[in-house]
Design a protein around this ligand. Structure first.
Ligand code: ATP
Ligand code: LTN
Length: 326
């Protein structure tokens, strides 16, 4: 059976880009594949975190994943720091990656240019991500467009390790959705919608209430030529709205434009589609948030399942590397 793995950071509130670009696909892939999903809390540590906030957002993100349809009975759902094999394997991947390769990662370049403090972890982050993936003999990794380069690196590292030490890791591939793979910020449509960027008006949280969603779409930045058509290069704002409307209603962005003539109508139609898309997710989330002990229990079961798989892979890697067995 195909093994699927993906991860998401507890670095802020989950937004529409996360949902359309990745999470919706995570839920859909449960039919017909063996799915493993992880809240990658260690990845959030590349920048300083407030301890109480990190703890709360890790639990709340796990509840959000269940709310969007990840079924802890069918999928293995766990928290990265509960399975220490991830950091152990990260060292093996750091020693497999070259300095030049890590330096070429665009996420590192973007984030390090903006940050006041650039941690070593921000640089080696893709080695930890590669470990997350290869520990589970992963075939497919559902992610948004921005993660393609990290999955390419993971493939290169797995292949290099296998060439040096013999067949050890499965070489994974990225699965990027046709629609919604890169949702842009509503205020700065040249930038992707992001959890950790400070752009509350540009980012639609999955927990925003209908009034807030409507307001954000009504204020979305467009352009001055008043023509509703899809052309991301010259009309980034309008094209982003069409992509969102299309992804929310199961159409291509061009199809979504049919019959809409005014920007105001496009904004209202997109807001309505998003409100309807999120309504059931929000209802389920609020139910789950009322019972944190049950979520913790489910996550402990998930961590046990994950550890069994990860340990076997790491033991195989140690053996092939020539590390002396204890
Ligand atoms: P941060 O802003 O803190 O880097 P993020 O919003 O990019 O966070 P992640 O936890 O890094 O979120 O990503 C979780 C998943 O969501 C990944 O698969 C990523 O590709 C996808 N994703 C993130 N932002 C977008 C976006 N704007 N459009 C589509 N997919 C996205
Ligand atoms: N780097 C990713 C999050 C992430 C991930 C993973 C995604 C960490 N480990 C493993 C897929 C598979 C991000 O910034 N979105």
């Amino acid at each position: 059976m195909t093994r699927v793995f993906s991860g998401i950071k507890p670095s802020g509130s989950v937004h529409l880009g996360n949902y359309l670009g990745a999470l919706r696909n995570w839920a859909a892939m449960q039919d017909g594949a063996d799915t493993v999903y992880c809240v990658v809390d260690l990845h959030a540590l590349t920048v300083p975190q407030d301890p109480a906030e990190l703890r709360a957002s890790t639990l709340s993100l796990a509840q959000m994943l269940i709310a969007i349809g990840i079924d802890p009975e069918r999928s293995t759902l766990f928290i990265q720091s509960h399975v220490s094999e991830h950091t152990e394997c990260a060292w093996l991947m750091e020693c497999t990656a070259s300095f030049g390769e890590l330096r070429r990662m665009t996420q590192f370049k973007d984030k390090s240019e903006k940050a006041k403090f650039v941690s070593g972890g921000l640089f080696t982050y893709p080695a930890l991500q590669a470990s997350d993936i290869i520990l589970y003999d992963t075939d497919q990794v559902p992610v948004g467009e921005d993660q393609r380069q990290h999955i390419e690196l993971t493939r290169d590292l797995a292949e290099r390790f296998n060439n040096r030490y013999g067949q050890t890791f499965v070489v994974p591939e990225a699965v990027v959705p046709a629609a919604g793979a890169r949702v842009m910020d509503l205020q700065n449509p040249e930038n992707k919608m992001s959890k950790s960027e400070d752009s509350p008006q540009g980012s639609v949280s999955l927990l925003d209430d209908p009034a807030a969603i409507e307001k954000k779409f009504k204020r979305a930045v467009t352009d001055s030529d008043n023509e509703v058509h899809y052309d991301p290069a010259t009309k980034p704002g309008v094209s982003n709205l069409l992509s969102i409307l299309g992804a929310a209603t199961g159409q291509s962005p061009t199809e979504a434009a049919t019959g809409i003539e005014r920007y105001g109508d496009l904004k209202v139609a997109t807001a309505q589609a998003v409100i309807e898309l999120l309504r059931p997710v929000q209802a389920r989330y609020h139910e789950l948030a009322a019972d944190p002990a049950e979520t913790s229990r489910l996550l402990a079961v998930g961590a046990d399942k994950a550890r069994t798989i990860a340990r076997a892979t790491l033991d195989r890697a140690h053996q092939n590397l020539g590390l002396l067995a204890p």
